[in-house]
Design a protein around this ligand. Structure first.
Ligand SMILES: Nc1ncnc2c1ncn2[C@@H]1O[C@H](COP(=O)(O)OP(=O)(O)OP(=O)(O)O)[C@@H](O)[C@H]1O
Length: 325
């Protein structure tokens, strides 16, 4: 184990997929990125932050589309300043905004992008068909993209990012403009790119919670500063608190809350739910607080709808305040 013997595991010894050091970008007076030092490993990494946090700027710098004002970065071991051609050969990019030619079909477009990356005509057609099937564009792929729904356009953009078999993809707001069902489908697809195809993914979202399910690691930017970079499990760790919901209205909720408070639990109403602080030592044993809550609810004749551990969420990093890296 790395921490015990001082030796690094093979995983830890592998160079990061992306490494930045003091990366800074100013657009005139706008400080879009400030002294960003962060590593991105294999798997799916969520890059989250409000609109304007600096996510797109970071991706464009890593691709060599924008020059940083200061600092350095490497992508797949290549320096962004001197080796951007090589980086673009190894990396796929799904831009945030609509950039698809409306009169061209997804099939022709993705074949064209495959040819641009150096594939021969028949290999490009085969590869485009494969990748369009993976992203879920079937018969529609022969229709002009101008008539596509937002979800179909996002899939076409994703297909062109994958067609040259990259080792890393940058997906900039892939769920933008999608309804909840299409959003869920797209997130599943993003997860599969990391798990089934073994391609490293850096995916952005301005909705902080949305990448919790698919990311192995999350980087949070706030106003161009790194707020936190941690394994997703760290963000979602159990808080030690419990959440309880009973059948009925606020009256029933408060009856249970008051009864539990008399038994030594600190209860706080949170919408329809009672959030119970980590139990005191005498109730900290395995299942002791659960048993007490169940018994008290039964004594009051109240039905329990939910009794579960409370978990942290990505949004909490903003409530905790201060940079924790
Ligand atoms: N070309 C530009 N000229 C001037 N300011 C810019 C330019 N591009 C971005 N900015 C500003 O830099 C900051 C970071 O923008 P960026 O697009 O990187 O953020 P983002 O996190 O990707 O947000 P969004 O999802 O809204 O694009 C914002 O304040 C934005 O207005």
């Amino acid at each position: 184990m790395a921490g015990v013997t001082g030796e690094l595991t093979p995983e830890a010894r592998r160079p990061p997929v992306i490494a930045t050091a003091g990366l800074t970008k100013h657009y005139g007076n706008v400080h879009a990125l400030t002294d960003l030092t962060v590593d991105v490993g294999a798997g799916v990494t969520g890059l989250v932050g409000a609109n304007g946090a600096g996510k797109s700027t970071l991706i464009k710098i890593l691709l060599g589309l924008l020059e940083p004002t200061g600092g350095h970065a490497q992508v797949l071991g290549h320096d962004i300043e001197h080796e951007s051609q090589e980086i673009r050969r190894l990396v796929g990019y799904m831009p945030e905004h609509d950039c698809l030619p409306p009169d061209v079909s997804a099939s022709d477009f993705v074949v064209h992008m495959a040819r641009m990356s150096g594939l021969g005509a028949s290999a490009a057609r085969e590869r485009a068909a494969d990748v369009l099937r993976h992203v879920g564009l079937d018969e529609e792929r022969y229709r002009p993209m101008g008539g596509y729904s937002t979800g179909m356009k996002q899939r076409a953009k994703l297909a062109q990012a994958l067609v040259h078999d990259p080792r890393l993809v940058f997906l900039d707001e892939p769920t933008n403009g999608l309804d909840p069902a299409a959003r869920t489908d797209m997130l599943r697809l993003v997860g599969r790119i990391g798990s089934d195809f073994g391609i490293a993914v850096l995916v952005t979202s301005h909705l902080l919670g949305e990448l919790e399910q698919v990311s192995d690691h999350v980087i949070v930017l706030d106003g161009g500063h790194l707020l936190r970079s941690s394994a997703t499990t760290e963000f979602l760790r159990q808080t030690g608190s419990l959440l309880v919901e009973v059948v009925g209205t606020e009256t029933e909720r408060d009856r249970l809350g008051e009864a539990l408070a008399q038994r030594g639990l600190v209860c706080r109403p949170r919408g329809k739910v009672i959030a119970i602080d980590p139990p005191p030592p005498e109730l900290a044993g395995e299942g002791a607080a659960h048993d007490l809550i169940r018994d008290v609810a039964a004594d009051l004749g109240l039905g329990l709808m939910r009794l579960e551990p409370d978990r942290g969420h990505l949004e909490d990093v903003f409530l905790e305040g201060g940079a924790r890296v």
